[in-house]
Write a protein that binds this ligand. Structure first.
Ligand SMILES: *[C@@H]1O[C@H](CO)[C@@H](O)[C@H](O)[C@H]1NC(C)=O
Ligand SMILES: *[C@@H]1O[C@H](CO)[C@@H](O)[C@H](O)[C@H]1NC(C)=O
Ligand SMILES: *[C@@H]1O[C@H](CO)[C@@H](O)[C@H](O)[C@H]1NC(C)=O
Ligand SMILES: *[C@@H]1O[C@H](CO)[C@@H](O)[C@H](O)[C@H]1NC(C)=O
Ligand SMILES: *[C@@H]1O[C@H](CO)[C@@H](O)[C@H](O)[C@H]1NC(C)=O
Ligand SMILES: *[C@@H]1O[C@H](CO)[C@@H](O)[C@H](O)[C@H]1NC(C)=O
Ligand SMILES: *[C@@H]1O[C@H](CO)[C@@H](O)[C@H](O)[C@H]1NC(C)=O
Ligand SMILES: *[C@@H]1O[C@H](CO)[C@@H](O)[C@H](O)[C@H]1NC(C)=O
Ligand SMILES: *[C@@H]1O[C@H](CO)[C@@H](O)[C@H](O)[C@H]1NC(C)=O
Ligand SMILES: *[C@@H]1O[C@H](CO)[C@@H](O)[C@H](O)[C@H]1NC(C)=O
Length: 464
């Protein structure tokens, strides 16, 4: 049990240190040498896993009085283009070597808290994500034996790296909890679909992709620049985890020039199905759960010819690979050809790319109204009309392909051929697709305007 002063220190961990620190240099040095580090937030170290079997409390997303029906598309703000951008200084400098402008640069002390509902809900979502990652990394290590990991090409040192990732998550969860205060969401219990080390690694590689991208989507929109600073410093760590997990998955570590950002409701849609229950009194979220989307011929990183699999995933949404029924000649883990194999490695060339422009992609999706998430207490919904397009959200781009509808809940499309910049095929890596009713022009900063057009999804498409 931490002492009261330690708990106070934890709550203040994000407050400006100068206010609390001793004033003299000697006292400061003494304090630096002896003061204990703030503790991590307490959380259960052993939790049960499996589906939720209680009575669904279908209460839906957190809401208040809703005064509008949608966010309008407005004309540009004229001030947005008034700065000359000519390489010269245009305002008097507040101090030597300091240019005028910037936010939070006038000397007022930073306050590391939530400053709006948008901030609180976004940070609370990020905390749900950190909690599942903390449990996920521990669970993989606990569930599979040393022999299982060795057979998947992962050593004791690799397992230690996964354990260290779990410890990083305890730090991230503490940091966000300190920002949010007493009602910060608690750790929940989870239900994972993976059955092999390979599936666990692929699941983790995909889960950290939307953890990372879900934060990039809201980070520049936060009112609290201070909270954004700390969250940025945790998400860059998560980005490294995602890349390492791709390496463990035998994938090319970073096949894109830019990492994509997605809206909060996309991250929540992908995350919620794996949360079985949360403790009584848990703080709820405002975000939407969209109907689930399956990629029937999801490229399977465990295959020599990734494109050849059909119905080979263990869940909707994330569309994590199934390694269950691959023959020795189909499974790239057993290949002796260095260009076909997919053993864990710093980098891997694949003779046969996981996907390619012009590939037909078969999809099926659910209709709204299904209970999902913690205690089955959220309900999937969509404000969109009929399905017409597939949105490919990757790097800096949103690209649409037309959907060939088979029936109300299935169809197919063709993987587009687009580049972000010349030489950078936009569709690569672990990226996002969704079924939409329209094809609005969107860029990274206004991507959330896509939400009212989402029929189903997102799903993670394993393009490369
Ligand atoms: C969710 O279900 C569990 C197990 O039945 C229960 O203990 C918990 O209080 C429920 N959580 C909420 C937020 O209702
Ligand atoms: C990979 O599988 C796809 C789908 O079955 C097939 O069309 C393609 O020819 C295969 N590629 C190679 C190089 O074998
Ligand atoms: C996919 O496989 C599962 C069993 O593993 C089956 O229940 C389901 O109907 C299949 N879906 C399609 C579209 O073939
Ligand atoms: C693997 O094959 C078994 C036996 O044919 C079948 O029951 C099972 O559904 C298959 N699993 C997957 C993931 O395709
Ligand atoms: C790869 O080489 C090993 C050792 O020579 C052999 O046992 C295995 O069958 C080979 N794998 C394939 C897919 O040919
Ligand atoms: C790896 O792939 C790249 C791009 O296709 C190619 O230029 C390079 O020669 C390949 N290297 C090896 C060792 O296969
Ligand atoms: C993705 O990037 C890798 C590495 O550069 C490349 O080998 C592969 O062909 C790319 N895939 C697609 C679909 O462009
Ligand atoms: C839609 O088409 C798919 C593929 O043909 C089929 O498996 C599914 O049962 C159909 N669903 C409905 C609701 O008709
Ligand atoms: C991708 O995004 C970049 C940067 O916004 C833009 O210049 C480019 O035209 C986009 N490409 C496509 C195919 O939309
Ligand atoms: C999104 O932003 C772009 C500018 O980057 C703008 O042209 C487009 O109209 C915006 N989309 C919507 C739906 O407002």
């Amino acid at each position: 049990m931490p002492s009261t002063s330690m708990r106070v220190a934890a709550l203040l961990a994000c407050a400006p240190l100068a206010l609390a620190a001793p004033k003299t240099t000697a006292a400061k040095q003494a304090a630096a040498a002896s003061s204990p580090a703030p503790p991590i937030r307490s959380h259960p170290t052993s939790i049960s896993h499996g589906p939720y079997s209680g009575i669904p409390l279908a209460t839906g997303a957190l809401s208040n009085s809703i005064v509008g029906t949608g966010i309008p598309s407005l004309p540009p703000n004229p001030a947005a283009t008034s700065y000359p951008s000519d390489g010269r200084l245009h305002e008097p400098q507040p101090a030597p070597y300091v240019p005028a402008g910037g936010m939070g640069t006038n000397g007022t002390p930073p306050v590391y808290n939530a400053k709006s509902d948008f901030d609180y809900e976004s940070l609370a979502l990020a905390l749900y994500q950190e909690w599942i990652e903390l449990d996920l990394f521990h669970d993989g290590l606990a569930r599979f034996s040393e022999q299982d990991f060795t057979a998947a090409g992962l050593t004791a040192e690799d397992r230690y790296l996964i354990q260290f990732m779990a410890e990083q998550e305890a730090g991230h969860a503490t940091m966000i909890s300190n920002i949010l205060g007493a009602q910060a969401p608690q750790q929940c219990t989870y239900n994972y679909p993976y059955r092999t080390v390979r599936e666990f690694i692929d699941f983790s590689q995909k889960l950290t992709r939307f953890g990372e991208s879900g934060v990039y989507g809201f980070l520049p929109h936060l009112d609290s620049r201070e909270a954004a600073q700390l969250l940025l410093q945790s998400i860059t760590t998560e980005a490294r985890q995602q890349m390492i997990l791709r390496q463990f998955d035998g994938l090319f570590p970073v096949p894109v020039w830019f990492e994509v950002g997605v809206p909060q409701s996309w991250a929540w849609t992908l995350l919620a199905p794996f949360i079985s229950s949360c403790p009584a009194g848990q703080t709820r979220l405002v975000w939407q759960n969209f109907p689930a989307l399956w990629i029937l011929n999801q490229p399977n990183p465990a295959r020599v010819n990734a494109s050849a699999g059909y119905n080979e995933t263990i869940s909707a949404g994330m569309n994590t690979l199934s390694s269950a029924n691959l023959t020795t000649s189909e499974a790239c883990a057993y290949s002796n050809n260095t260009l076909d194999d997919c053993k864990p490695a710093i980098t891997q060339n694949r003779t046969i790319p996981l996907s390619y422009p012009g590939r037909r992609v078969f999809l099926s999706w659910e209709t709204p109204g299904k209970p999902v998430g913690p205690n089955n207490s959220y309900v999937t919904s969509s404000q969109a009309g009929s399905p017409k397009y597939v949105a490919w959200v990757t790097q800096l781009n949103v690209t649409y392909s037309s959907l060939d509808v088979t029936n109300a809940t299935s169809g197919s499309t063709v993987q587009p051929n687009v580049e972000t910049y010349a030489g950078d095929p936009a569709i690569n890596g672990t990226m996002f697709i969704a079924i939409t009713d329209d094809d609005p022009y969107l860029t990274p900063f206004n991507l959330s305007l896509i939400n009212r057009h989402v029929v189903a999804g997102p799903a993670l498409y394993q393009a490369g």
